[in-house]
Design a protein around this ligand. Sequence first.
Ligand SMILES: Cc1ncc(C[n+]2csc(CCOP(=O)(O)OP(=O)(O)O)c2C)c(N)n1
Ligand SMILES: [Mg+2]
Length: 359
Amino acid sequence: MIEKFDPLRGERLQILDPDGRVEENLRPDLNDEAIQKLYRKILFIRMIDQKALTLQRQGRMGTYAPVQGQEAAQVGSAYALGKGDWVFPSFRETGVLYMRGVPVRDIYLYWMGDERGARVPEDVFVFPISVPVGTHPLHATGAAWAAKLQKEKICTIVYFGDGATSEGDFHEAMNFAGVFQLPVIFFCQNNQYAISVPRKKQTASKTIAQKAIAYGFGGIQVDGNDLLAAYAATQEAREKAIGGGGPTLIEAVTYRFGPHTTADDPTKYRKDEEVEEWKALDPVIRLQRYLAGRGLWTESLEKKNREEAEEIINRAVAEAEAMPVPRIEDIFRYTYAEMTPVLKEQLNDYLTFLKEKES
Ligand SMILES: Cc1ncc(C[n+]2csc(CCOP(=O)(O)OP(=O)(O)O)c2C)c(N)n1
Ligand SMILES: [Mg+2]
């Protein structure tokens, strides 16, 4: 598939179209039961996201980078991974984090500004979120190199946006991965904007996928609002990586429905009509159409799913908000394995200052 769709000729992989019809020749090994299960996950992620926006507006969360519109790209790609594969996320990967088993409570904690939310469970192979744009392709490449040297049958995958492709680190990582044939998947969610900078000002290339050609490996553009395309391309890239075939660049063409973050006003740089056009391509509606055509989606089933999801989400919020407040010492304590003399002095000064303030 990766070879078959040529980004230079503007070819893009689509398996599930906006009307919910499947191109059977290209259908991956996902039966209807699996698609229904994944639809529920997508719905759940959209609700996690919506709740985060509400919490932020109520002053219960610091800031948040919403994922609405990009759920299919995230769920499809993450579902194609193996348990032992390492994920290197950027800041807009709520869907990926959830798919990998990061607790919802921790996703919320992180955005509430609590570092304990950045600590993933031992058996979840996810690196810390990269807030610096585009630095983590290097980390994923390094980890893939380690896996190759140790002959581990795993791959790494790095998630980043269209804007990250303008960073030097992205190109260094791609170059290195190509030269050493490393088992890494570069997964770009081209959501058309880097904050207010539109895709066409990001690069003069026709596609992002074609950048792989310069580095000597395959690149494919997929419909990022198509769960099946995201899954199929990632699955193939993973098999290729693990089989010693080297890296792949996947460009998932998608759109963020919401603001860049809760601190952004997208009406300043994009038109409502454009948003409406993309909403017609909503990955959620597309899956509903597909499932409804098979009697696997109904209003009452949707209502039940939503109610169940809401309960889990509310519990996660309650747990996050019930976390004991971190101790003042913690910001000094966890910078180094052992506190330096200067830090110790600063901690003492600060504790004295707080005592004086109280008295
Ligand atoms: C190195 C670096 N430069 C600038 C920023 C500020 N910044 C945060 S997000 C962002 C845009 C990222 O756009 P893109 O890569 O397309 O990802 P998206 O936000 O669309 O998911 C910028 C410039 C940053 N976090 N890191
Ligand atoms: Mg972007």
